[in-house]
Design a protein around this ligand. Structure first.
Ligand code: UDX
Length: 455
């Protein structure tokens, strides 16, 4: 089937490349000419595992095309996916200007019946408004607007496209169903048919619920720290109940990224407009916002008095992506920047010279070694495999003081303690670390820093 994808950003590119892989003939449009020029060369402008190869395969197989001319995309196909951005305004409300601008243009350009499938995350009722607008602009052609929210995780977006748990489709005209079935024919997942407004709501409900699970376990982590329980055991005990499930119960530095915070704010805005209180969502966001501050306080309370250097390991909001949007690490940096410490950071995908206003107070390094050399505290913020695989016994020799806070609970506690680190996990009351005399760099045999239970 011929399909056009309008907006070659993160979601659009995965959608276009994925649909081409399913055998459809796809054209992806974007307003940014440079982006389209890059894509035409088979290069992906964003980092996403497997995406560039998938784009190349699509181009070589003559199933994937790119254009910066909207009319070309509109004339190409009777079915158009709308994948433009809906960023948050300062009020939290989703900015729909790109959605309406593009839909307006499509209605003006179209010379035949079109189906517009909205993949962008939009507030409930947007599909109704877009369809009404398009039909008013061009009454001679029937326009059908469908909601088909995406649930792609950065770092595994192609996998999520090809093997989703479900496909949610919201339409108010059942006659469109066969065409949509045809689009997703190659995907082994159930299609959940519903009305358009409910489909729009599913996206917000799913993301806010997942974020709530994370905030819940992070709240439990704080409680566990003061009541000497271990949140990982609590998470295991809770998550083994099939009604609860083990996913998204990993305590840590909190969630970030381009979706959870934005969608929670948009939901709160929608609820305000509807006059419906949503105190759970507010509390969930407050809990998440408090964590970086709490961890920085913990770090500062454990630092030796004369300490001057702090190292951050990992900056992206999660591994497998170079995305820093709403990353908790940026909040940690802005808290730490108030103090007179020298901050060094290493992230496998955030290179020296990365232009970001929040990073000017940090010296970025190109290796773990460089980042921790002579440091007096390490704070791990992203669970990159490189950190899990590192030889911490050897690395321990490089630090001046062995304080190590694992903000993602991702390293092996026994090994870290054996290496001689004062190793602290989230949601677990630390055992007391008794310092022995001399330069801590001299010893790597685990004899220094003998932990003794506080109780
Ligand atoms: C999310 C949704 O999962 C996806 O369905 C939606 O379409 C877009 O938003 P993404 O933002 O890529 O995807 O990341 P995800 O893997 O969901 O993680 C979000 C954040 O939660 C990350 O910062 C991650 O570190 C954090 N997280 C996740 C936890 O802190 N604990 C967990 O147990 C799980």
């Amino acid at each position: 089937m011929k399909i056009a994808v309008i907006g070659a950003g993160y979601v659009g590119l995965v959608q276009a490349a994925g649909l081409a892989q399913l055998g459809h003939e796809v054209i992806a449009y974007d307003i940014h000419q440079r982006r389209i020029a890059t894509l035409k060369k088979g290069l992906s402008p964003i980092y996403e595992p497997g995406l560039e190869e998938c784009i190349k395969r699509g181009i070589e197989g003559k199933r994937l095309f790119f254009t910066d001319r909207l009319e070309e995309a509109v004339f190409f196909a009777p079915v158009l996916f709308l994948t433009v951005g809906t960023p948050a305004k300062s009020t939290g409300e989703a900015d729909l200007s790109a959605v309406f601008a593009v839909a307006h243009q499509i209605a003006l350009l179209a010379e035949e019946e079109k189906m517009l499938i909205i993949k962008s995350t939009v507030p409930v009722g947007t599909g109704d408004k877009v369809e009404k607008m398009m039909r008013e602009i061009s009454p001679s052609f029937p326009f059908h607007v469908v909601s088909n929210p995406e649930f792609l995780r950065q770092g595994s977006a192609l996998h999520d496209f090809l093997l989703p748990d479900r496909i949610v489709i919201g339409l108010d005209d059942g006659g469109l169903a066969p065409l949509l079935q045809e689009i997703y024919k190659g995907i082994p997942a159930p299609i959940l048919w519903m009305d358009r407004r409910s489909a729009e709501m599913v996206k917000y409900a799913a993301n806010v619920f997942l974020a709530t699970k994370i905030s819940f376990i992070n709240m439990m982590a704080e409680l566990c720290e003061s009541l000497s329980a271990d949140v990982e055991m609590v998470s295991l005990g809770m998550g083994s109940d099939r009604r609860i499930g083990p996913h998204f119960l990993k305590a840590g530095i909190g969630f970030g990224g381009s979706c959870f915070p934005k969608d929670a704010f948009a939901l709160m805005h929608m609820a305000r407009e509807a006059g419906v209180p949503v105190p759970m969502v507010e509390a969930m966001m407050e809990t998440n916002d408090r964590i970086p501050d709490r961890i920085v306080h913990r770090l500062l309370s454990l630092l030796p008095i004369k300490a001057r250097r702090i190292t951050l390991l990992g900056l992206t909001f999660k591994p497998g992506t170079d995305d820093l949007r709403d990353s908790p690490s940026l909040k940690v940096i802005s808290h730490l920047a108030k103090y007179p410490y020298t901050l060094r950071a290493y992230d496998p995908l955030v290179k020296e010279g990365t232009p970001h206003p929040a990073l000017h107070s940090v010296a970025l390094t190109s290796t773990i070694q460089e980042a921790i050399e002579g440091t007096e505290a390490i704070l791990l913020l992203t669970e990159w495999p490189e950190f899990k695989e590192a030889d911490w016994i050897r690395l321990r020799r490089l630090v001046s003081h062995p304080l190590f806070i694992d903000g993602r609970n991702c390293l092996d506690e026994e090994k870290m303690k054996k290496a001689g680190f004062q190793y602290i996990r989230i949601g677990k009351k630390p055992t007391l670390f008794l310092k022995t005399e001399g330069d801590p760099r001299e010893s790597t045999d685990g004899k220094r820093g003998v932990p003794a239970s506080r109780k």
